[in-house]
Write a protein that binds this ligand. Structure first.
Ligand SMILES: NC(=O)c1ccc[n+]([C@@H]2O[C@H](COP(=O)([O-])OP(=O)(O)OC[C@H]3O[C@@H](n4cnc5c(N)ncnc54)[C@H](OP(=O)(O)O)[C@@H]3O)[C@@H](O)[C@H]2O)c1
Length: 226
């Protein structure tokens, strides 16, 4: 797989997506990883293609994923950017430094992926769980035993909050994520239908300013993975 974002491949992929989805228009179309050499399509060329697809009514809104502020500057200079899909969770807050402020300043919606830190923040992944070499989680620093122990201890300290709100740890993490300034949506992964239902219900959970501040203090005190 190459990260190219060439107009001619995007056009083919959009047609295939429309066919597979059985629809005439895609509400939000996002470029996934940004193009890299040896096939680094200029962002202006990609945007020209997306604007044309929008004019044809095949897509309704244009977004990007994993893009830096300077890449978003280029997209905006060539057209209009509606959304960004970055990685963001209580345990992975790097975008707070420059990317979230950038999106707030320019009215770009933010759809956070991996808000449950690939399941770790649900508390369901205990010390005994192991991951195959091919599983992305086997490479994640928070999943290493010493760090996983620290996260599980942190989660155990939030029992009074989950009791008070009648929610699960996963719902607490999703609600915290959604209530951060500039956040629009949390893209939660799920393998079981009941998990999808549980995760969606987190959209109704409103945390107080005191709860939000306490959770932030706790995750900041945890620091970076060892
Ligand atoms: N743009 C990008 O580069 C990019 C990259 C990665 C992901 N994404 C998108 O973001 C979405 C979410 O990413 P993610 O899967 O990493 O996110 P996540 O929501 O942080 O973690 C999902 C995992 O958490 C566990 N889980 C979910 N709900 C649960 C629940 N209610 N109770 C217990 N465990 C639960 C499941 O783990 P188990 O498998 O252990 O059951 C599930 O596979 C993906 O579907 C994908 O579309 C985008």
């Amino acid at each position: 797989m190459r990260r190219c974002l060439r107009p001619e491949t995007i056009r083919i992929e959009v047609e295939r997506s429309l066919r597979r989805l059985g629809t005439e228009t895609i509400d939000l179309y996002q470029t996934h990883w940004q193009a890299v050499p040896p096939d680094a399509t200029p962002i202006a060329d990609t945007m020209a293609c997306l604007l044309d697809l929008k004019a044809q009514g095949k897509i309704r809104a244009i977004g990007v994923s994993n893009a830096s502020p300077s890449q978003m500057d280029e997209y905006r200079a060539a057209g209009a950017l509606d959304s960004l899909q970055p990685r963001y969770s209580m345990l992975n807050r790097a975008i707070e430094e420059d990317i979230l402020p950038y999106c707030r300043a320019h009215g770009i919606s933010v759809l956070a992926y991996s808000p449950l830190e690939q399941g770790l923040l649900t508390g369901a992944i205990g010390m005994e769980r192991s991951f195959g070499e091919q599983e992305i989680r086997s490479m994640g620093p928070w999943f290493r035993p010493a760090n996983r122990r620290r996260v599980l201890d942190l989660l155990a300290g939030w029992k009074d909050l989950t009791d008070a709100h009648g929610c699960t740890l996963g719902q607490l993490a999703i609600a915290w994520t959604l209530q951060q300034p500039g956040l629009t949506f949390a893209l939660c992964g799920a393998r079981k239908a009941r998990h999808a239902v549980e995760n969606a219900a987190a959209g109704d959970l409103i945390l107080s300013a005191a709860d939000l501040a306490r959770l932030r203090r706790d995750v900041e005190a945890l620091g970076a993975p060892l």
